[in-house]
Design a binder for this molecule. Structure first.
Ligand SMILES: NC(=O)c1ccc[n+]([C@@H]2O[C@H](COP(=O)([O-])OP(=O)(O)OC[C@H]3O[C@@H](n4cnc5c(N)ncnc54)[C@H](O)[C@@H]3O)[C@@H](O)[C@H]2O)c1
Length: 333
């Protein structure tokens, strides 16, 4: 058990989840959110040391062992820099921020501060995906020729307690939209295969969702010595689906979130060797919280670093340019 005092900035869905998990691991928790109703909700879920409407009040009131940033992406950079300048290690929820320029500014500030930062691309902590990575490294299906990432989830189902039109996801300026918010899948592509050499595709708003951010992403990535990758992300699909299909020269590996399983097939018939998992979504957030607490005790950041988040934004910017200019865009390594 830990007795650390953690400040949670942003007391919405993910902020409360981190607060519950960190409190269950023994931490003392304070929260900050400009919305009084969100601070009240937080208070009804965990015993709070402090509750603040602004970062200035929160940092004036106490010295924290660590800070979790769970606010909308457009305020991530300023809030993270403030925490680092106060000497507090940070768990930063994805994405780093809406654009590469902001991410590079934060990277500079983080390097200068020498205070550790753990990046929250949480699927890296999902045991079935760690198995996928291990099996690919073991060459389980031979040379990978093609990979298909697919994520489809209707935005109205994400936060049933609020109108989706009022959620930051509906607003491009706040860092909403399928490409940025579901950049989890870009992060996983980089985690599995490294940086692609180019991207083409389209990022649009094509459904009747009442949002001013993108709701549909179709991208094609090419690698110098790696697979062709196609990626579809949308905010209008039901039932929700998240899967990755890897086709190698020796068979196919298929991961899905629901059912929670990994299948490998090597014959022409649908003769799949299936592995089911019992892990639940919150488990990956608990694993992130445990790594964050070990970082606070002096361990190095291992699973996901700020530079990983910056690399995702390099790909995001290239994808935006590819869509805007309707051409293939090279990506810097
Ligand atoms: N790793 C994951 O799987 C995962 C899951 C969910 C959300 N997230 C990320 O967490 C962040 C928040 O998402 P969410 O679903 O919790 O959204 P949310 O809307 O439920 O919560 C965001 C909260 O931030 C508050 N807020 C607005 N402006 C703020 C400010 N200036 N300072 C502090 N708080 C402010 C809002 O009032 C709200 O309570 C996003 O970056 C999102 O991508 C990550």
């Amino acid at each position: 058990m830990s007795d650390k005092h953690i400040l949670i900035i942003g007391s919405g869905s993910v902020g409360k989840r981190h607060a519950r998990n960190l409190a269950a691991l023994g931490c003392r928790v304070s929260c900050m959110d400009p919305r009084a109703d969100r601070r009240e909700e937080m208070k009804s879920e965990v015993a709070l040391v402090g509750s603040f409407a602004s970062e200035a009040d929160a940092f004036e009131a106490a010295r924290y062992d660590g800070v979790v940033i769970g606010s909308p992406p457009h305020v991530h950079v300023a809030q993270t820099i403030q925490a680092l300048e106060a000497g507090c290690p940070v768990l930063l929820e994805k994405p780093v921020c809406p654009d590469l320029q902001g991410a590079l500014r934060l990277k500079d500030a983080a390097d200068r501060s020498n205070v550790p930062l753990l990046m929250g691309y949480t699927w890296r902590w999902w045991p079935p995906l760690a198995d996928v990575r291990r099996r690919l490294a073991e060459n389980a299906i031979g040379k990978i020729v093609h990979v298909q990432f697919h994520m489809s989830a209707h935005l109205a189902d994400w936060h049933p307690w609020e109108r989706y039109q009022d959620f930051f996801m509906a607003q491009r300026e706040q860092g909403g939209g399928a490409l940025l918010d579901e950049s989890h899948w870009i992060d996983l592509m980089l985690w599995l295969f490294g940086m692609p050499k180019s991207v083409s595709g389209r990022i649009d708003k094509i459904s009747s969702l009442e949002i001013v951010s993108d709701d549909n992403v179709d991208l094609i990535f090419s690698y110098e010595n790696g697979p062709r990758v196609t990626m579809h992300l949308d905010l209008y699909g039901r039932p929700h689906e998240k899967f990755i299909r890897f086709v190698g020269e020796g068979g196919t590996l298929f991961w899905s979130a629901d059912p929670n399983q990994l299948s490998i097939g090597r014959s022409a018939t649908s003769d799949w060797d299936r592995t089911g998992y019992s892990c639940e979504r919150n488990d990956m957030f608990v694993a992130v919280a445990r790594e964050f607490l070990s970082v606070l005790d002096g361990a190095p950041v291992t699973t996901c670093r700020l530079e990983d988040g910056v690399r995702v934004l390099r790909v995001v910017e290239a994808a935006r340019e590819a869509s805007r200019e309707s051409r293939t865009i090279g990506i810097q390594g």
